[in-house]
Write a protein that binds this ligand. Structure first.
Ligand code: URA
Length: 245
């Protein structure tokens, strides 16, 4: 209990009075039921890149990402950032794009936002060795600007292949770029969160990006609700979390 309390304090979420009751699953389906959820539109991608990438195993995929020159970001990046974590994880976390520290270290979410992501995952009983973490873009946009549509399209086959190889039970989409890349459309997090979505039959929980939460800590309560929803979906998929233990 003390350990949970410390984590939730770190998130600015203690005491959690009534939080559990506040977030019923709108779709109470089982994992099997969730898997039949409506297919989401896949992002547009270069046919040539898709066809090539679709056959790669993990090492070849990482190598292809590191060598990629499909968009202009290859000229400004220090290195590409494929992803990190367990290749047998049931939970895939998708962020937006590497920032300066990720570009330097070659690993996603290692900066301040990454510290908060670690705390969020710990709050439901996961550390980053038990999940897989990837971004929509594998290369850092200069000055941390938003990803451009052509960059998202060029990079899409890589995330698609990561999902196909991992076959996660659930995806946590952090921020609007991750949500749009997985679900299509141009929805904002505020409108998309709170409902269970699906990407090619895989349940998707949408929540705020940790960098946004650092700027807008008042939204952490909603982020906690999203984490509870995520825990429910994982529990339905037979995955043990702190909240289901
Ligand atoms: N923000 C992201 O979306 N991804 C990272 O890897 C780091 C910060």
């Amino acid at each position: 209990m003390k350990r949970d309390e410390a984590r939730l304090r770190e998130l600015g979420l203690w005491p959690p009075h009534g939080l559990r009751a506040a977030v019923p699953l709108r779709d109470p389906g089982t994992a099997a039921g969730l898997a039949t959820a409506a297919l989401a539109a896949a992002p547009v991608a270069s046919a040539i890149a898709s066809a090539t990438v679709d056959t790669l195993d993990w090492p070849a995929l990482d190598a292809a990402i590191r060598a990629c020159s499909a968009c202009g970001l290859c000229r400004t990046r220090r290195q590409a950032v494929p992803g990190t974590g367990s290749r047998t994880a049931r939970l895939l976390v998708v962020g937006e794009a590497p920032g300066a520290e990720e570009d330097q270290r070659g690993e996603p979410f290692v900066g301040r936002a990454g510290g908060l992501l670690d705390q969020m995952l710990l709050a439901i009983g996961f550390d980053r060795t038990r999940v897989y973490i990837a971004n929509v873009l594998k290369c850092r946009p200069p000055e941390n600007r938003n990803p451009a549509p052509d960059e998202v399209d060029a990079c899409a086959p890589f995330l698609q292949r990561q999902i196909a190889l991992l076959q996660p039970a659930v995806i946590l989409a952090l921020g609007s770029f991750a949500a749009r890349a997985l679900l299509g459309g141009d929805g904002r997090v505020g409108a998309l969160r709170g409902t269970l979505h699906a990407h090619r039959g895989v349940p998707v929980v949408v929540s705020y990006h940790p960098a946004y939460l650092l700027r807008s800590p008042q939204e952490k309560l909603r982020a906690w609700e999203d984490l509870c929803r995520l825990g429910d979906v994982l529990a339905a998929a037979g995955q043990r979390t702190d909240r289901s233990a």
